[in-house]
Each structure stands twice: as C-alpha cells, then as structure tokens.
Ligand binder design. Structure first.
Ligand code: SF4
Ligand code: SF4
Length: 446
C-alpha cells in the first residue's frame, strides 16, 4: 500500500515504494497523447496501455502502491520496445524507455528471472572467450548438419529465447569480425588519428561483414585502429532488466579499455549505434566507481559511431558513383537530440549519383529491438510488416541502417516482404563505393 504523507491540511503526497530515481519523471506526463502516433507497439495494437502515457501511468500506479508490478508484466512492461520514439514527440520529454527499463529491473529484483537468461547475461556475454566458444559451437552444428536438423525438427522452438535467436541469426560466417582484423590494410596516409574500435559482440558473430566494412572505411580514411577484445556493452542486460549484470559489464569493459594497448587512443568508435549508445552511458552507470570511474567517464566522453565521426571529419577516400535508390532507416537507439540522426544522410550525400529517397516513419522501430523479435515474435512481425509497407512505398532498392539488430530484422523482413530490396549497413554502402573506385583505378590506371 502507498505510504501517505500529509503535506498540508486536506492534501496528501505519496512516498514512492521503489523506483525513486524515475518517479519524478514519471509524474511529469501531462496526458497530452502526442506520444500515441509515434509508438510502434500502439500502431499494431491500438489500446491505451500500449502508449507511453498508459505505460507510465501504470508504472506510477505500481510505484504508489495501487497495483503490483507483476500485474503489468505481460503487456505494458513486456511489449515496449524501449525505442524512445515517443520521447521525441513528448513535450516534457518523459523518458518512457528508461522508466520501463527501470520497472523491468525492479520486477526482476522482486521476482527473479529464468536461470538461462541470467546465465547468458552473466556467464556468456561478458566473456569474449565464451563468445568465441559459442561461435565455434555454432559453426560445428552448421558444418555437421546439426543446425539444419534442429531447424527441421523444431528443436529451436524448445530452446526458448536462445533457440529463437539461433534460428533468427541463421548460419554464421566462417570468421568473426575479430578474426578478420589481422587481414586489414594499414591506415591510409596522412594518418588523422588513432582509435580504439569497440566491436559489438552480436555483430562480431552475426554481421561481421558490416563490422569489417566499418573498419576498412575508417582505415581508408586515415584512422589507425586498435581493436581490443571486449565483452558485451551491457545493453541486453539493460533491456532485460538485469541491472547488476549491466553494471558488471560496464566495469569490466572500462577496465579492459584502460590497458596499455588502448591507452594512447584519441577516441573510441563503433559501428553499432545501440552498442555505442550504451558505452556513452558508462559515466552515468559506473562513473563513481573508485577503480574504473575515471576511465568509464573517458570512454563515455570519447565514444562515437563511425558514421558520426566520418560525417563530422569528412571522407577523404576516393568514392565511385553508385546509382542506387536508398532509404535510410534510423535506429531508434540514436540520441533524439543533436546531430546524430542526420549523420547517415550526411555521409551518403558524399557518394556520387546515390539517391536518398524519403522513408515515412524512418525513426519508428522495425521490431528487432535486441531480443524483442524472440520474446514477442508475433508483435515483432506485425511491426516489421508495417515497416516494409513504408519501404515498398518509398521505392527503395537499398535500405540502409546502422545497427546489428535492425540489420538482421530488416533482412528477415526483406526475405518475406520485398526480396528485391537489399539491406545494408551504412558502412557497407560507403565501402562498396570505395571498392568500386579502387577497382576502376586497377583497370584504368591513372
Ligand atoms: S519506448 Fe517505443 S514502444 Fe515504448 S512506449 Fe515509447 S514509442 Fe512505444
Ligand atoms: S507525449 Fe509525453 S506528456 Fe504527452 S501523454 Fe505522452 S508521455 Fe505523457
């Protein structure tokens, strides 16, 4: 029950039972409903509790003791994609994604979580060695035919989220992004800086071509790269509500980025927008830590996406024309304020003949959202189908994004709804233009 506190004769204030840190923000919703039209969950299931207004109101009810969090676990807490699209439309900027994430963390603290999820978040994702072993195991199942057998027999469906993830990602490339680093060329002269490359553990396994393209583009544009072996940024732990695992990952990576090999870098850069966003929060998460706090603050201050860096400093490599019609799908993890949301446009504008076409609802989530596609397959599919209606209407030949979850989700959608449309990471497009220019020089020497 709420704990009423008399504030003045005849009035009562309420002391929050938990989530004190977001209670005030949750109280700022003025019920204007401007968030309604921006919510991908509401767009596919138009009921009040799907809106930011509805979710925040219910969480506030739970904080004040009128209901319990477990009563809103299925629905208001589970269907939110924590995409922040509502925040961009919200006049008082109620941070709904943060409030939902904190409510999930509180629920987890109250009720616990499946051991398989805790094992994945605490024993596998933070450990690069465990991720390497996972890649080896996945490749073994593919080479021996066990992967196909599991798919045919429906075994993946019995394996819960892990099985859904394996089926969704599909066969892995033979070599991870880390394993490709040794074959990369040197940075082009003149060298403009030295960067620590933050390899996303998910992209390392599931989209190494995109990560390799980002590294190649940075090198060709004069940036030396140091590629430290790091663990997961902590983002999956954040979205699934495991705060302790999230903080541990931030501490571990801050320690790792304090090593002698990365000590003298000018900054940190990554190719996965959501992962980069998590690193940029390290100051808020573990900036007060006695041992790694200073490094965590430095990591947060100096981290950016490869796209933002190159849009700001300019591409110096030679680019060949690409006669493509491209639509840009904005990862919802990009900050809603500042220049971040226009950086893909700025970069692609430098490629001759490339035509960028308008994509309606470009900033609305595609339904990938980390593990959302596995936790909420039907809802994720409805959101994805809607996204492809917009993509087809835009007449795009290529859809460009900047996030591994979006890349995989959109590729799955293209296979079903628009097989002629290619889905590429923005760095793969720049790399393609760069390689075409290099091939031309090889055929017609200057
Ligand atoms: S964070 Fe995304 S899914 Fe959640 S309420 Fe806001 S717009 Fe809807
Ligand atoms: S836009 Fe913001 S203030 Fe308005 S109803 Fe939605 S959450 Fe509340």
């Amino acid at each position: 029950m709420p704990i009423p506190m008399a504030t003045a004769p005849g009035t009562f204030d309420v002391r929050p039972r938990f989530l004190e840190d977001v209670y005030e923000a949750a109280s700022e919703c003025n019920k204007c409903s401007l968030c309604q039209a921006t919510c991908p969950a509401y767009a596919t299931n138009p009921v009040e509790w799907e809106t930011a207004r509805g979710r925040v109101s219910l969480i506030r009810d739970a904080i004040e003791g009128r209901i319990e969090l477990h009563e809103i676990a299925d629905g208001p807490l589970s269907t939110c994609l924590t995409c922040d699209n509502c925040v961009a439309a919200c006049p008082p900027r109620v941070p709904t994604a943060l409030i939902v994430s904190r409510a999930r963390q509180e629920l987890r603290a109250q009720e616990g979580a499946p051991w398989t999820q805790s094992f994945a978040l605490r024993a596998v994702l933070p450990r690069p060695g465990a991720m390497r072993a996972l890649h080896g195991l996945a490749r073994f199942t593919q080479v021996t035919g066990l992967f196909g057998l599991a798919r045919r027999t429906g075994l993946f469906r019995w394996m819960g989220t892990v099985g859904a993830l394996a089926e969704y990602v599909g066969p892995l490339e033979q070599r991870t992004a880390y394993q490709r680093v040794a074959q990369l060329p040197k940075a082009a002269e003149p060298v403009r800086g030295r960067l620590g490359f933050l390899t996303c553990c998910y992209s390392n396994l599931a989209a190494p071509d995109a990560t390799e393209a980002a590294m190649r583009v940075l090198l060709a544009n004069g940036y030396e790269l140091v590629v430290p072996t790091i663990g997961c940024s902590g983002l999956p732990a954040k979205t699934l509500g495991d705060r302790d695992a999230m903080l541990e990952m931030a501490v571990h990576n801050s320690e790792r980025l304090d090593g002698p090999d990365v000590d003298d870098v000018d900054g940190y850069v990554g190719d996965v927008a959501s992962c980069v966003g998590q690193f940029k929060d390290y100051d808020k998460l573990v900036g007060d830590d006695r041992l790694v706090g200073d490094r965590a603050k430095e990591v947060a201050r100096l981290t950016t996406t490869a796209t933002e860096l190159l849009a700001r400093t300019g591409l110096t490599c030679t680019l060949a024309p690409l006669r493509w019609k491209v639509a840009i799908d904005l990862p919802c993890s990009l900050p809603i304020d500042g220049p971040w949301r226009s950086t893909m446009h700025q970069l692609l504008a430098q490629i001759p003949r490339l035509q960028v076409v308008e994509l309606e609802e470009a900033a609305m989530c595609c339904g990938g959202a980390g593990t959302y596609f596995a936790r909420m397959p039907e809802r994720s599919e409805a959101i994805l189908e809607r996204k492809f209606e917009k993509i087809v209407a835009a007449g795009a030949q290529v859809v460009v994004t900047e996030n591994v979850s979006c890349l995989l989700q959109l590729r799955a959608g293209a296979a079903r709804y628009a097989p002629a449309v290619r889905i590429m990471h923005v760095m793969e497009v720049v790399n393609e233009s760069m390689l075409t220019a290099q091939r031309r020089v090889a055929v017609i020497p200057e």
